[in-house]
Design a protein around this ligand. Structure first.
Ligand code: PMP
Length: 305
């Protein structure tokens, strides 16, 4: 995927040239993964730039750090306005990805991270299109299992947590698939490395619960709300591995992936290898919402300009 970062970043309250924003090699986060991050999308509709669900992403950014007592030295209001102002500073007039993160700075080799550990916050942006092929991708059920809350909190978007996602992605790509699907510790379907998963069976949506170690995805929640409005039933319940190949349709959901159809899982073709009707309807509804073409959901969007 080709992308180039925008010129400016926001670093501890100031706009800095990205090439001048430096972190010491002794920063704790580089050694131990003590960083907290979010992924947010901005949508450009040729006139306006809208940020999708800024409120929810900012809340999750704060809550992730709480699991580890990692301090966030700015208020939600300051972070939201920094995100908006950074988009303006970078003169973003394209759909974009926004990555706010904070991390433990110089703290020796101390594993006893407390609220007193020094932290830094950075926001970066870059123009961003589709993450995956929206005509459908292939996936494989990974041998790597999703970690559970008995090891590290699954609801914390921490840098260190993503080593599990990296292993599953490496394995999937090495075996020729576009994406991995991870099972939870009990062998039920959990999620993809950076996306939630939905199955469609008999026009009903099914997605695994948080107790299957799935992230409480903001896109997942949005899809549950939109599908209800469209008259579809949805169930949050445990999903057995064998249900995947029996599904009429499967799709992934996430900020970066938006709604991405899965048309092949291991050796099994899903829905004749074509994008399913329910998935198609949801993709259209979602893209209308993020472009502010459906006023009912305008409150999910924050206008930059
Ligand atoms: N699961 C994981 C592990 C993720 O990293 C993400 C991306 N944040 C998601 C699911 C989807 O979450 P969201 O819809 O909030 O982007």
């Amino acid at each position: 995927m080709k992308f180039s970062f925008s010129k400016y970043v926001w670093f501890d309250g100031k706009f800095v040239l990205r090439t001048k924003a430096k972190v010491p090699v002794t920063a704790h986060a580089i050694h131990y993964g003590t960083s907290v991050f979010e992924g947010i999308r901005g949508y450009w509709n040729t006139k306006n730039l809208f940020i999708f669900r800024l409120e929810e992403h900012t809340r999750r950014l704060r809550n992730s750090g709480k699991f580890y007592h990692i301090s966030l030295n700015f208020s939600d209001k300051q972070i939201k306005s920094a995100i908006m102002n950074l988009c303006k500073k970078n003169n973003l007039r394209k759909s974009c990805y926004i990555r706010p993160f904070y991390f433990v700075g110089e703290y020796g080799i101390n594993l006893h991270v407390t609220k007193k550990a020094p932290t830094h916050i950075v926001i970066i942006t870059f123009p961003f299109g589709d993450l995956f092929n929206k005509n459908g991708i292939s996936a494989t059920v990974s041998e790597w299992r999703k970690f559970s809350d008995t090891s590290t909190p699954t609801q914390a978007k921490m840098g260190g947590n993503y080593l599990n996602s990296i292993l599953a992605t490496q394995d999937a790509k090495q075996r020729g698939f576009d994406e991995a699907i991870l099972l939870d510790q009990s062998g039920n379907v959990s999620e993809a490395p950076g996306e939630n998963i939905f199955l469609v069976k008999n026009n009903e949506l099914i997605t695994p619960p948080l107790s299957s170690s799935a992230l409480d995805g903001i896109t997942r929640k949005s899809i549950i709300a939109i599908s209800k409005d469209m008259g579809f039933k949805s169930k949050v319940r445990k999903v057995g591995k064998n249900e995947l190949k029996m599904a009429d349709e499967v799709f992934l959901s996430g900020t970066a992936a938006e709604i991405t159809p899965v048309v092949k899982i291991d050796k099994n073709r899903i829905g004749d290898s074509k994008v399913g009707n329910v998935t198609k309807l949801l993709m259209t509804a979602y893209s209308n919402i993020v472009m502010n073409k459906n006023k009912k959901y305008s409150h999910w969007l924050t206008k930059v300009y």
